[in-house]
Design a binder for this molecule. Structure first.
Ligand SMILES: [Zn+2]
Length: 193
């Protein structure tokens, strides 16, 4: 776990709670995105997972199966990848997104935060405890930078200039890469590999 994530508040089971997750009393609502927290992260260039500054330069996010497939196809065809459709998913550090891709089932499903469908906590627990394979594919993706817009009701992000693409089909795919990232000297972190 990245140090900055270790310092996050925990839920009753001890899981770190991402910066953009709303709380209802003592209960984090993992499936939802908090508007004010997300807007602050966007404006202050804070990681949506650990709430600390992202250095100037590339940012990362976790994408779901559809976007992962679109990126893979573009790269295979030698085309630049561009997705101008905005998303509610904010960016984060490379280590934080590698970590989140393995433990947070919501991040792999871009639409999960938009709906009101409640996912049972047991499902989250199962992913973490057993490292179970998530259904479908996704990817941890690095971009040169992000743009954002804060509307009256939403914070929308757009990502430009793909710099790293790491697809996954199981929860453990990125474990070695995360370990390698955390072992790098601080100044060498948060760069595409
Ligand atoms: Zn972070």
């Amino acid at each position: 776990m990245p140090t900055s994530v270790q310092l996050r508040p925990r839920d009753v089971r001890g899981y770190p709670v991402p910066a953009i997750t709303p709380w209802e009393g003592d209960e984090p609502r993992f499936a939802l995105t908090d508007y004010a927290r997300s807007a602050e992260c966007a404006r202050m260039r804070l990681c949506s997972v650990c709430n600390t500054l992202m250095p100037r330069g590339p940012v990362w996010r976790v994408v779901g199966a559809a976007e992962s497939a679109a990126i893979g196809e573009a790269l295979a065809a030698g085309r630049p990848y561009r997705n101008l459709a905005p998303t509610l998913e904010g960016p984060g550090h490379r280590a934080c997104m590698l970590y989140a891709s393995m433990v947070c089932p919501y991040l792999a499903r871009p639409n999960a935060r938009r709906g009101t469908t409640a996912v049972q906590p047991d499902e989250l627990t199962a992913h973490v405890v057993r490292g179970a394979a998530r259904g479908g594919l996704g990817a941890v993706v690095g971009f040169g930078d992000y743009e954002f817009a804060v509307t009256g009701t939403q914070v929308l992000f757009r990502f430009v200039d793909l710099v790293e693409f790491r697809p996954h089909d199981t929860a453990e795919t990125h474990l070695d890469e995360l370990r390698a990232e955390l072992a790098r000297p601080e100044r060498e972190r948060n760069q595409p590999r």
